[in-house]
Design a binder for this molecule. Structure first.
Ligand SMILES: *C/C=C(C)/C=C/C=C(C)/C=C/C1=C(C)CCCC1(C)C
Length: 244
């Protein structure tokens, strides 16, 4: 009976006290759920045109919460990195983060082409990263490099490219929020390639990354919490300012 309600309850009970990966999966799961409740329940307080942005923040953490439930249990049962769920989560949530950039810049005249460009780059970044972690793990360095090129193209677009120009035109609170999101992408997102280098180091020229004492899943879990919840809070406070 317990197993019907909590399918993995027996495995959870086996979790070791020093299972830090499992620990961050549990905390990550709960944090994403709490953040989603927070964003969804706050929706009514905003002007109509800001609601979509906050709604998307909630969708990002909600999609992550559901994947974290699966990843948490997958880890609990197999003690293996849940690469597949990880990338399904990202391929849904990262494009939604691109949508956030587009939505706040829309009033300054952002075009759909900006959105397609950013989504296209994020899909390239993630698909090549997935191939490097799974199918072609022997050539992880090469696929990681392709992925990094797409990543830096996103960084360029928001810091110096078309998106940056629109943010300057918008000015004020939108520009300030855009700047903070830019820092998230530059500093918060860089944790992911670090996790990739640690996780795929075996037999590569960067094999010393395996000896750093870091764990790929812990890095990914910390990065997700910072980036998904932090990103959402930036949008939330922008909506608060614009509604006041
Ligand atoms: C909520 C999830 C987010 C913000 C995920 C972001 C993921 C990345 C920025 C991943 C980047 C990667 C590289 C730049 C190179 C190595 C492969 C990846 C996919 C880990």
């Amino acid at each position: 009976m317990t197993n019907l309600i909590l399918p993995f309850a027996n495995k959870v009970a086996l979790m070791a006290n020093d299972d830090y990966v499992g620990f961050t999966f549990f905390i990550g799961c709960m944090a994403m759920m709490a953040a989603s409740a927070f964003f969804f329940l706050s929706l009514n307080q905003f002007d109509k045109k800001w609601r979509t942005s906050v709604l998307v923040s909630g969708l990002i953490t909600f999609i992550a919460a559901v994947h974290y439930m699966y990843m948490r249990d997958y880890w609990g049962e197999h003690q293996v990195s849940p690469t597949f769920f990880r990338y399904v989560d990202w391929i849904l949530t990262v494009p939604l983060m691109c949508v956030e950039f587009y939505l706040i810049l829309k009033l300054a005249g952002a075009k759909k082409s900006l959105l397609s460009k950013m989504i296209g780059l994020s899909v390239i970044m993630l698909v090549t990263g997935y191939l490097g972690e799974t199918v072609f793990s022997g050539q992880a360095a090469m696929w990681g490099f392709f992925s990094a090129v797409a990543y830096f193209a996103i960084v360029y677009e928001i810091w110096l490219g078309g998106a940056a120009k629109l943010a300057k035109e918008a000015g004020g609170d939108v520009l300030a929020a855009h700047k903070i999101l830019c820092w998230f992408v530059l500093v918060g997102w860089i944790i992911y390639p670090l996790g990739y280098l640690v996780g795929t180091a075996d037999g590569q020229w960067y094999s010393s990354f395996a000896n750093l004492g870091l764990d790929m899943d812990i890095l990914y879990n910390i990065a997700d919490a910072i980036n998904k919840i932090g990103f959402g809070l930036v949008i939330y406070s922008l909506a608060v300012k614009k509604t006041a």
